[in-house]
Design a protein around this ligand. Structure first.
Ligand code: MG
Length: 385
């Protein structure tokens, strides 16, 4: 059955792969959005023939308008344009925007689609309970795209009762087995060298600090309504098992697949059905072994910090996420050292302290305040040559 789809953040890693999957499935694209990548927007306007293309950067959006004049696509541009794309009625809205910027488009989409396929974990980390509440009110289902959460979602199709714990697998990132000392002066290039997955910059740095796994723990807590202390993380370098569910009788169900994001993207689009995919099958005779290890939270304390933030509740996960976004950006710009991503995040959490959150407006206020606090705090970590 052909479906109509919106792809928010179409120029990113998940966005481009979503476009590929949607094309392969023969689904129709109604709206796409980009932040600034108008070359990518042009490519997808030609390829996917959407009715609407949103560009967050107004000047670049106006440039695009001239470039595609006469093609029939409606270009909307300026801050918040992604929300306009999210408001186009469609069967599925894929939210592949990176970072907190995905929150309002996600909230907007909930009343314009029957399925939000969510790849944007920061939205759930910062505002999970509000997103879920709005989804429930609108009768919209939220289907995970993140590979670990897709795996758990698939395992839970066999029964979501009597679950003892969720086990998120983690590649270990670029700096697996490194010591604290060795991490002191690691370069951005080495942080971006992920062992198995090929992804965007922010998430790859998050993988290297293990903050990505911390964000995913909180994401899982919201998606599957499970206490954070019933979610464990295990290092699994090969990224073949995408995550597992352990039941009270100690049976463990796992979902396996090649490390190809097109697989979880497609499942989020076709669920509850399956169809042939672009992903390669696993050749088990070529896998010598599957290895497992405990994460080293002394060297990678960001993972423990995420658990603490989840246990604290209120605005803590939002503060942590905002501070991490600032710190990762500073690291990527060469302004702070890799270990200081954690230090800035932790110090911001301590400095902002408790933040009572009872609405999405509160989440936004908390995010803005925490971003400013993290900008200020990161000044004391600037590398002086
Ligand atoms: Mg993931």
């Amino acid at each position: 059955m052909s479906k109509s789809v919106n792809i928010l953040g179409v120029s990113g890693s998940i966005g481009t792969q979503s476009a590929e999957v949607v094309n392969n499935l023969g689904y129709r694209v109604r709206a796409i959005s980009v932040s600034r990548s108008i070359d990518s927007a042009k490519k997808y306007i030609a390829e996917l023939k959407p009715e609407i293309c949103a560009v967050e950067d107004e000047a670049l959006g106006n440039e695009l308008k001239k470039d595609v004049f006469g093609s029939g696509v409606k270009i909307v541009c300026g801050k918040g344009a992604s929300c306009v794309a999210a408001s186009a009625d469609a069967d599925v809205c894929v939210n592949a925007i990176s970072g907190f910027a995905g929150l309002f488009p996600a909230m907007t989409s909930l009343s314009h689609t029957s399925r939000l396929a969510i790849a944007n974990k920061e939205t759930l980390v910062a505002a999970g309970s509000f997103v879920k509440k709005a989804a429930k009110e609108n009768g919209t289902e939220i289907i995970p795209v993140d590979s670990e959460h897709s795996a758990i979602f698939q395992c839970l199709q066999n029964g979501d009762k009597d679950v003892k714990r969720l086990i998120l697998t983690c590649s270990g990132g670029a700096f697996y087995k490194k010591t604290r000392e060795e991490l002191q002066n690691v370069s951005l290039a080495s942080a971006l060298d992920h062992p198995t997955w090929n992804m965007g910059g922010k998430i790859t740095v998050d993988c290297a600090t293990l903050m990505n796994k911390g964000l995913e723990v909180i994401e899982a807590m919201h998606l599957f309504d499970i206490p954070v202390d019933k979610i464990d993380v295990v290092i699994h370098r090969e990224s073949i098992i995408h995550s597992m569910v352990e039941y009270v009788d100690n049976t463990v169900l796992a979902q396996l697949g090649s490390h190809d994001m097109r697989l979880p993207i497609q499942y989020a689009l076709t669920y509850p059905n399956r169809t042939e995919s672009l992903s390669e099958p696993i050749d088990f005779t070529k896998i010598n072994s599957l290895s497992f290890d405990a994460p080293d939270t002394d060297v990678f304390p960001s993972l423990s910090l995420a658990y603490e933030a989840a246990r604290s509740g209120g605005g803590a996960p939002c503060i942590m996420n905002a501070a991490n976004e600032v710190a990762v950006k500073k690291f990527m710009q060469g302004e702070i050292r890799f270990p200081d991503i954690y230090n800035v995040t932790k110090s911001t959490l301590d400095a902002v302290g408790f933040y009572d959150i009872s609405s999405v407006d509160d989440v936004l206020a908390c995010h803005i305040m925490s971003t400013l606090a993290a900008e200020e705090i990161s000044k004391s970590y600037i590398i002086s040559e």
